[in-house]
Ligand binder design. Structure first.
Ligand code: UD1
Ligand code: UDP
Length: 381
């Protein structure tokens, strides 16, 4: 029997971190030829992930130019995918999550009548402009996909409510698989400052902020609150690896630059990021991936957004929604920096997002779909 050609398509940093272990798992299956196609919606931030996980793409659309609009990204991906699909002739295309690459990858697969597997399916906020454009991307991909790999049972329930019943698997999130390979007790950082931080004596607050719906006023309020937290708490060191988006770079420099205990640094490689997270005191972020990783490492998270499509860790008590208003963010940060009882209640490791075997379940589910194996057991968080 010929091998199944399974083509993983991704383009941004978080997709790469979450797809890398899956591309590898697929490559280890005898029945599968694992093909890796990157759009390079992100360039430097994608290449860094490819390096950490020792992945070499089979196809690279190389679409990134600075400050691209959503329409440009989507149309460049669509045009590039035509040639990739026609040349490589995959039996199935896998896309991940909710980026423009995800949507364009799925749409292109549909145009070529190639079945689509959606990794990280079923996340919802039910607000089409928040996160923007991600909530709409997820919904559009749901309409196109044939197989749905939901991280949690809650995600599966979201799909059920939309009438999606067939081809749905609860697998856990592949980010937990990735995390298992990167976090090490004696990790040595290549980013100098990270080896010098006083992890035991002071409170290291890890910050990231990059979402489009936070551009402008919300980002100003978030960053002003962060600066006040650093100014008012002499035992705090704030570490912010700043996303390469020019909008974010400008805001970070304006509102957080020039303070001796605020470290604005370049984006970190995934292994450095995960190991910094494992050593920090608190995470403040609007990132999706960090909301999943930090609970697994026992780190409290304040989410710098109005809503979250990841309510599982909120229910487990390790994540709180802080919103985008300066005063609320400041007060919630202040509480976790000064009230040890409140901090202790949040600082415990939970794994609602996976057990580290998501990729194995996804590979099994794909083989089952093609009649070449047993249906995998669902992940039960
Ligand atoms: C994208 C995703 C978002 C995801 C985020 C993860 C969309 C619409 N958004 O947002 O869902 O949370 O990635 O980080 O798909 N840039 C570089 N080098 C890089 C990466 C980015 O210079 O390696 C700069 C470019 O100027 C680029 C800009 O950042 O135009 C924004 O990148 P883009 O992919 O459009 O959106 P993100 O905000 O990164
Ligand atoms: N990350 C990283 N380096 C950084 C910031 C984030 O490796 O400097 C990782 C982080 O650990 C997580 C992923 O990138 O795995 C999240 O990406 P991002 O926040 O850009 O996107 P989102 O998850 O919000 O879509």
């Amino acid at each position: 029997m010929s091998k199944l050609k399974i083509m993983s398509v991704f383009g941004t940093r978080p997709e790469a971190i979450k797809m890398a272990p899956l591309v590898k798992e697929l490559g280890e299956r005898e029945e599968i030829q694992s093909i890796c196609c990157v759009t390079a919606q992100h360039r430097e931030m994608l290449d860094s992930v490819l390096q950490v996980f020792s992945l070499t793409p089979d196809w690279d659309l190389n679409i990134m130019t600075p400050r691209q609009t959503l329409s440009t990204i989507t149309s460049k991906c669509l045009l590039g995918m035509d040639e990739a699909i026609e040349t490589l002739q995959p039996d199935m295309i896998l896309v991940h999550g909710d980026t423009s690459t995800t949507f364009a990858g799925a749409l292109s697969a549909f145009y070529h009548k190639v079945p689509v597997g959606h990794v990280e399916a079923g996340l919802r906020t039910y607000d089409k402009y928040s996160p923007y454009p991600e909530e709409m991307n997820r919904k559009l991909v749901t309409a196109i996909a044939d197989l749905y790999f939901c991280p949690t049972e809650n995600n599966r329930q979201n799909l059920l409510r939309e009438g999606v019943e067939k081809g749905v698997f609860v697998t856990g999130n592949t980010v937990i698989d990735a995390l298992k390979t990167t976090v090490q007790k004696d990790f040595n950082f290549t980013t100098k400052i990270l080896n010098q931080l006083p992890y035991d004596r002071e409170k290291i607050v890890l910050v990231t902020c990059h979402r489009r719906e936070n551009y402008g006023q919300p980002m100003t309020q978030i960053m002003t609150a962060l600066r006040r937290l650093a100014e008012d708490h002499p035992d705090v060191e704030l570490v912010y690896p700043v996303h390469l988006s020019p909008v974010v770079q400008e805001a970070a420099r304006t509102y957080l630059g020039g303070h001796p205990r605020i470290h604005l640094i370049d984006p970190l490689s995934a292994d450095e990021m995960h190991n910094l997270m494992a050593r920090c005191y608190l995470v403040m972020t609007d990132s999706g991936g960090l909301q999943e990783e930090a609970p697994a490492l026992g780190k409290p998270v304040l989410v710098l957004r109005r809503e979250t499509e990841r309510p599982e860790a909120v229910a487990a008590g390790t994540v709180q929604l802080a919103g985008v208003e300066e005063e609320t963010i400041y007060q919630m940060g202040h509480t976790l920096l000064t009230d040890q009882e409140a901090y202790g209640k949040m600082a415990h490791a939970v794994n609602p997002y996976g057990d580290g075997f998501a990729c194995r379940r996804i590979a099994d589910a794909i083989l089952w779909h093609f009649g070449r194996g047993e249906r995998p057991e669902d992940f039960r968080g």
